[in-house]
Design a protein. Structure first.
Lengths: 251, 486
C-alpha cells in the first residue's frame, strides 16, 4: 500500500541563510494549489493499487522504448567497421549521414534508406545530422568511434542532456561544428564542459529552454571558447523591439 | 406490593452477590458501585473524558522487519534497494526512523555535493562509478507516476587534483588504477595545466589528474527528496523519533579453544517521540545503523564496545562527528565557466557555483586544529588564516574576494582509516552498518545502499565486493587507507 504522502511537502531548511537560493527547491515540490486540481486518473491511481501498478508498467515501457531505439548494432559494427556501424545507427533513428566526399544520405518518409553506403568501409564519416532523433547517452557511444567527425547536429533532440554533452570529449580532435538549438534538457552546466572541444568553430546554443540566463551564458561561452563562433541569443531582434517601443513612449 | 419489591430487591442482591462471589471478591458496597457506574456512563456520553481509541498516528508501527536508524541519503538508499531487490512485492516491511525531519544538522543537505572517481582504492572507484550511473539514470530508477522528473542540477565539470613532488608518484599510480576500473581520468603536466586553465598558478605542482567525464557536483537535497518520494511510493514507513534503547537477547557459546563468545540479537527498538516521554517499542528483525555522525552513539546503545579493550567485545565503532566549514565567496575576475572542482596540494578546495562568479570552498583542518563538534557555528578566522592564503597562492585572482556566507556540517569521520563501515557486526548479529564514509558518503550512497541490501537479502555482497569494509577490520587491525581524501 502506498504510504501516506504526508511528508512530501517539506520546506527546505533555513539554516544556511543566503545559500538557500543556491540549494533551492528543485522542481519536484508541488505547491499546495495543485493539490486540489487532481485529475480523475490521479484520483484513481491514489485509490486503486491496480491502476497504480498499470501506470507504473506503462511508464517503464515508455523508458524501455527509448532504450530500444538506442541499442547498438554490434553485428554491423563487427562486420563493416565503426563508421558504417554508427552511420547505420543514425539512419535507423531517422537522422542523416554524410561520408567524406559523398552526398548526404537520408531516410525517406517511410524510414527506408539506400544500403550502398555499406561499401564505404574505409571512408570516414564527416557530418551527422541527428535533429529530432531519440538519441540519448547510450546512443552517442555509436558516434564516439567516428574519429573524423566534423559536424554534429543535435537540434531538438528530446533526450540529449548535460550528461550527453560531457560524453562528447573523445571527438575533441575533429569536431568543428556543434548545433544544439532547441534541446529541452540542455542547460548551462552541460555547456560548461564543452571546453574540451578546442577545435570547435561554430556552436549553436539558441532556443535552449533550460538555460536560465541565455545572454550571460553566451558571453561566458564566448570567453571559454575564444576561437569559436557562438550563435545564441539574437541581439538584433531584442534591439528592434526596443526601437519599436521608444516612439510609443515619447508619443 | 412492598413485599414483591423487597423480594425483587433481595433477588437482585442475591444475583449481585452471586456475580461478586464468582469473581472471587464479594462487594456489599452497592452505593459505591452505583456511583462508579454513574461516573462511567457520564464519561462515555459526549462531553466526557473517556477516549477509547488512542490516537497513535504519530507513533511508528509495533512491528517492522527492518528498522533503519537515520533518514539521510544512506538510510534512504538502503531502504530503496531493500524494496527494489525484494523477491516479492511487499515482502519486507521497512521503517525509517529520523530524529529531525528538517534535516537541519544532517550531513546530506549540508554537503558540497561533489562526486568523483579519483580514489586510490579500487572498491571506492567502483562504488563511485555505479553511483554516477545511478545519478545519470535517476529518472528511471526513481520514477514515480504523476510526479515531475528530478533535476539534479549536475555540473559535469570534473575534478582536478593537484600533486606536489612528494605525491606525484602516488598520483600516477592512482590514475593507473582508476583507468583500469574504467574511470575517465587523465594526467596533466604543469605546462598542459597552465595552457588549459590560464588562471592557475602552477608553482609547486608536479602533476595533476583531471577527470574528463562522470565527475562534478550536484544538488544533494534533490537526491534526498527524490529518494524520499520514491521510497514512500514503494511502501516504506517514516517515523519522526529518536532511538533510545535496544532490547536484545544474548547467547553465550564456547569456541573450540574454550573461550566464551556472547552473540547478541536485537529484538526491539524503542523509538521515543520528540519533546515527549512517549515511546513505542518496535519489534524488528534487522537494524541498520545509518545514523551518520551519530552512528557511534547508536552503536553504544546496542552494546558495541562494552568489554575489555583489545577484545572483539571491546572494539568500539570508531565513527565520530567532525565539523567542516564551507565558505561561499564572490570574485569578479575569478576562473571562468570551465572551472572544475579543484583540490589543491595544501588540502584546500573550491568549485564554481552558478553563473555569477560565486565560488564554494574550504579546507579540511589538521588533527590539531579540529574544531569542537558540539555545535555548527562557523569560524571565520579559519578562512582568513588557513583557507584564503592557500587559495590565493594557487589562483592569484582569489586575492580579491569577498566572503558572502558560510556554513558548517559534520563528516561522519572514521578515525580508523577514513573509509566506510558496511555490513553486519560479528557479535550483534542483526545490526548492519552503513556509515563512517568521512566526507564521501553522498557520492557513494546509491552503491552502498545496494551492497547493504544484498547483504541483508542474500547474505553476501554480489555486485561490488565490500568485504574489506566489514566491521571486523577494526578488531583485526587491517586498515584500508584511502589516500585521496578531500
Amino acid at each position: 500500500m502506498a504510504a501516506p504522502r504526508a511528508f512530501l511537502r517539506l520546506v527546505a531548511p533555513i539554516w544556511n541563510g543566503s545559500t538557500r537560493s543556491i540549494h533551492g527547491l528543485s522542481g519536484e515540490m508541488a505547491p499546495e494549489g495543485n493539490q486540489r486540481k487532481r485529475t480523475l486518473l490521479q484520483l484513481l491511481t491514489d485509490c486503486f493499487r491496480d491502476v497504480e501498478a498499470l501506470r507504473e508498467y506503462l511508464l517503464q515501457k515508455q523508458l524501455s522504448n527509448v532504450h530500444q531505439k538506442n541499442r547498438s548494432f554490434t553485428h554491423i559494427e563487427e562486420q563493416y567497421g565503426p563508421y558504417i556501424g554508427g552511420a547505420f545507427f543514425i539512419l535507423k533513428q531517422g537522422g542523416a549521414v554524410k561520408f567524406q566526399d559523398k552526398e548526404w544520405i537520408r531516410p525517406d518518409g517511410r524510414g527506408r534508406f539506400p544500403l550502398e553506403f555499406l561499401k564505404f568501409q574505409a571512408v570516414p564519416v564527416e557530418a551527422v545530422d541527428a535533429s529530432g532523433c531519440a538519441i540519448n547517452y547510450q546512443g552517442l557511444d555509436n558516434l564516439l568511434s567516428m574519429k573524423e567527425l566534423q559536424s554534429l547536429s543535435l537540434k531538438r533532440c528530446p533526450h540529449v542532456d548535460d550528461w550527453c554533452l560531457s560524453h562528447l570529449h573523445p571527438l575533441a580532435n575533429s569536431l568543428q561544428e556543434l548545433l544544439l538549438a532547441g534541446c529541452p534538457q540542455v542547460s548551462e552546466r552541460g555547456l560548461a564542459c564543452l571546453h574540451h572541444l578546442q577545435n570547435l568553430r561554430r556552436l549553436d546554443i539558441s532556443d535552449l529552454p533550460s538555460v536560465a540566463n541565455p545572454g550571460l551564458t553566451q558571453i561566458l561561452m564566448e570567453e571559454m571558447l575564444p576561437n569559436c563562433e557562438v550563435l545564441g541569443v539574437d541581439w538584433a531582434q531584442s534591439l528592434k523591439l526596443e526601437l519599436e517601443e521608444q516612439p510609443r513612449d515619447t508619443a | 406490593m412492598l413485599r414483591t419489591v423487597l423480594q425483587l430487591g433481595l433477588a437482585r442482591n442475591l444475583l449481585i452477590r452471586g456475580v461478586g462471589t464468582r469473581r472471587g471478591g464479594s462487594t456489599q458496597d452497592w452505593d459505591g458501585q452505583v456511583s462508579e457506574i454513574k461516573k462511567k456512563i457520564q464519561s462515555v456520553l459526549p462531553g466526557g473524558s473517556w477516549n477509547p481509541l488512542h490516537d497513535s498516528n504519530h507513533l511508528p508501527p509495533e512491528h517492522s522487519d527492518v528498522v533503519i536508524v537515520g533518514g539521510g541519503v544512506l538510510g534512504l538508499s538502503v531502504a530503496y534497494w531493500l524494496k527494489k531487490l525484494e523477491k516479492q512485492r511487499g515482502a519486507i516491511r521497512v521503517l525509517v526512523v529520523e530524529r529531525d525531519h528538517t534535516y537541519s544538522q544532517a550531513s546530506t543537505g549540508l554537503s558540497v555535493g561533489g562526486i568523483r572517481q579519483q580514489f586510490s582504492l579500487p572498491e571506492n572507484i567502483q562504488l563511485s562509478l555505479f553511483s554516477v550511473n545511478f545519478l545519470r539514470n535517476i529518472n528511471e530508477y526513481l520514477a514515480v507516476v504523476d510526479a515531475p522528473p528530478l533535476d539534479l542540477q549536475f555540473n559535469p565539470s570534473g575534478y582536478l587534483l593537484l600533486a606536489s613532488e612528494k605525491g606525484a608518484a602516488a598520483m600516477e599510480n592512482n590514475v593507473k588504477v582508476q583507468r583500469q576500473e574504467g574511470a575517465k581520468v587523465c594526467l596533466m603536466s604543469p605546462e598542459q595545466l597552465q595552457k588549459k586553465f590560464p588562471w592557475i598558478n602552477t608553482e609547486g605542482v608536479a602533476l595533476a589528474s583531471y577527470g574528463m567525464e562522470d565527475e562534478g557536483w550536484f544538488d544533494p537535497w534533490c537526491l534526498l527528496q527524490g529518494l524520499r518520494r520514491k521510497v514512500q511510493s514503494m511502501g516504506v514507513l517514516f517515523c519522526q523519533g529518536e532511538v533510545t534503547r535496544f532490547v536484545s537477547s544474548s547467547n553465550t557459546m564456547k569456541t573450540v579453544s574454550g573461550g566464551e563468545v556472547t552473540m547478541k540479537r536485537i529484538h526491539e527498538v524503542h523509538v521515543k517521540m520528540n519533546n515527549s516521554l512517549e515511546y513505542q517499542p518496535v519489534e524488528c528483525a534487522i537494524v541498520i545503523n545509518a545514523a551518520g555522525a551519530w552512528s557511534g552513539q547508536i552503536a553504544e546503545l546496542a552494546g558495541i564496545g562494552k568489554g575489555p579493550p583489545g577484545t572483539l567485545q571491546g572494539t568500539k565503532l570508531p565513527v565520530e562527528p567532525r565539523k567542516r566549514y564551507v565558505y561561499l565567496w564572490h570574485c569578479p575576475q575569478g576562473p571562468g565557466l570551465e572551472t572544475p572542482f579543484v583540490a589543491d596540494t595544501s588540502g584546500a578546495y573550491f568549485r564554481r557555483e552558478g553563473l555569477g562568479n560565486n565560488y564554494l570552498g574550504g579546507c579540511s583542518p589538521t588533527e590539531e586544529e579540529e574544531p569542537d563538534p558540539g555545535n555548527l557555528e562557523v569560524d571565520h578566522d579559519f578562512f582568513q588564516n588557513k583557507v584564503w592564503p592557500c587559495l590565493a597562492q594557487r589562483v592569484p585572482a582569489f586575492e580579491t574576494l569577498k566572503v558572502r556566507s558560510a556554513w558548517a556540517g559534520y563528516y561522519d569521520y572514521n578515525t580508523f582509516d577514513q573509509n566506510g563501515v558496511v555490513g553486519p557486526h560479528p557479535l550483534v548479529v542483526n545490526m548492519y552498518f552503513a556509515t563512517g564514509f568521512s566526507g564521501h558518503g553522498l557520492q557513494q550512497a546509491p552503491a552502498v545502499g545496494r551492497a547493504v541490501a544484498e547483504m541483508v537479502l542474500e547474505g553476501h555482497f554480489q555486485t561490488i565486493n565490500m568485504n574489506p569494509f566489514l566491521f571486523s577490520r577494526f578488531y583485526l587491525g587491517e586498515k584500508i587507507q584511502e589516500q585521496n581524501i578531500i
